[in-house]
Design a binder for this molecule. Structure first.
Ligand code: AMO
Length: 420
């Protein structure tokens, strides 16, 4: 059992005297007793309160509760607390506008407007506990494999990854931008340290109001020296996914609540871009109302019975300047990781030759002189290397089977939303 697993096991209520701080989720009032379900940092617990001795706190209030936790056949979790004292630590001025213990039926917009309180719903609670486990799995896996964690700047001057989706910000008397990814910095750091990863915010000025696009998300990025080819990167993602699923398998209550399954083993099919297109034709999954990735995902499900898929060898015009060209002209050593036809990661081998890199920049309409810091790494020699980036919110969305990436985003930033 590693640190994450043992702290998860430890973080449960135990039989015996207990003193907990929690929010009152529901109150069932009976003649002599009231049954509360409260949620503290160890999850939900049923509390039995003798009404002749104690006052019942309102739903949504915060309480400190003392008593004895005992086994109980009637409680869902098999345990409940016989309460000896309840102290209200905060009395709300209003009742919660949403149920705390059932799926919220209001529109997603209202749920996001009232985020401070919708996050207290136990379904949201489950989503973000699982998301935290996925982030932990990423960090733990990369640490285990000898990577070091880096923290690259989010305010950048000069050249960016390319493309038009950059937020400009005023930086004293100059213009700067918000980092579209740690791409250029993680490559430079890879030249220095070999294996690096970063968990941090990524900004995209994409005016896309879809169920999968945010303007700010959390990037799970890594970059490493390569021995062979980009399949080493897919191997790393496969091992990360295995660990994430192992951690999620510990979250039984959350899995039941959200109703998602954990596959017992992960062996992700890997097919080339051409093969992916042939599969779409073979299974006739291309329709005008869905993305090409969705069509590929459906075809792969029919062909391999797998929700997970790696597609590699994309054409040059679909990928950024830094990807390594393949031996087959017009194609690249790049890959995407799809879950149910949604891209959760992209990556690949990078160009490590200065002249070729400058040539590819120019071909993509970028000016090499705007990238002195990045290009200096290549001037002094760079190892054969590659990496990939995953979006934490999309990974959570896919693994938990959520309809919209906003449901797995703590505070959503999209073209229409900057608050809360
Ligand atoms: P890419 O742009 O494909 O690659 O992004 C990597 C992953 O980030 C997530 N993602 C998003 N999530 C929510 N909203 C968005 N608008 C959004 N855009 C991207 C996806 C995606 O797969 N530098 C490369 C990575 C690399 O090659 O290492 C990059 O940023 O899950």
């Amino acid at each position: 059992m590693n640190q994450f697993e043992s702290s998860h096991a430890r973080n449960q209520y135990e039989i015996g005297a207990a003193d907990i701080s929690a929010i009152v989720q529901t109150v069932r009032d009976h003649k002599r007793f009231a049954f509360l379900v409260v949620r503290g940092d160890r999850g939900e617990l049923q509390i039995v309160v003798d009404k002749s001795k104690l006052e019942i706190p309102p739903v949504g209030s915060f309480v400190r509760i003392q008593g004895d936790i005992v086994s109980s056949e009637k409680a869902n979790s098999g345990i409940e607390m016989q309460c000896s004292s309840i102290a209200l630590t905060s009395k709300p001025a209003a009742l919660p506008p949403f149920p705390l213990d059932k799926p919220i039926e209001a529109s997603l917009d209202l749920v996001l407007d009232l985020r401070a309180v919708s996050l207290r719903n136990n379904y949201s609670d489950a989503v973000f506990r699982c998301q935290s486990a996925i982030g932990n799995a990423f960090r733990d896996q990369l640490h285990y494999e000898g990577f070091i964690e880096i923290h690259s700047p989010k305010l950048v001057g000069g050249g960016t990854e390319g493309g038009a989706d950059v937020f400009k910000v005023a930086y004293f008397d100059r213009e700067a931008s918000l980092a579209q990814s740690p791409q250029l910095y993680k490559q430079i750091a890879c030249g220095a340290f070999g294996k690096v990863y970063e968990v941090g915010p990524v900004f995209r000025a994409e005016n896309s109001n879809t169920s999968r696009h945010l303007t700010e998300f959390t990037g799970l990025d890594f970059e490493t020296t390569l021995h062979r080819d980009q399949h080493e990167l897919m191997d790393i993602e496969e091992r990360f996914l295995g660990r994430a699923l192992k951690y999620l398998s510990l979250f039984q209550r959350e899995r039941q609540l959200l109703g998602f399954d954990i596959p017992s083993e992960v062996q992700i099919p890997r097919i080339s871009w051409q093969e992916a297109n042939q599969l779409v034709e073979k299974h006739g999954t291309s329709t005008p109302d869905q993305t090409h990735d969705k069509a590929i995902g459906q075809a792969a499900k029919l062909e391999f019975g797998s929700r997970f898929l790696f597609v590699y060898g994309y054409p040059e015009d679909e990928k950024p300047f830094y990807v390594m060209p393949s031996s087959e002209p017009g194609f690249t050593e790049s890959f995407d990781f799809l879950v149910d036809g949604l891209e959760v990661s992209s990556g690949g081998e990078r160009i490590n030759d200065l002249a070729l890199l400058e040539e590819r920049m120019k071909a993509k309409g970028l000016a090499p002189e705007q990238y002195p810091g990045y290009l200096s790494a290549f001037k002094y020699g760079m190892p054969k290397h590659g990496g990939a980036g995953l979006g934490l919110e999309r990974v959570t969305q896919c693994l938990l089977g959520l309809h919209n990436v906003r449901e797995s985003t703590l505070f959503v930033r999209d073209p229409r939303r900057l608050d809360p």
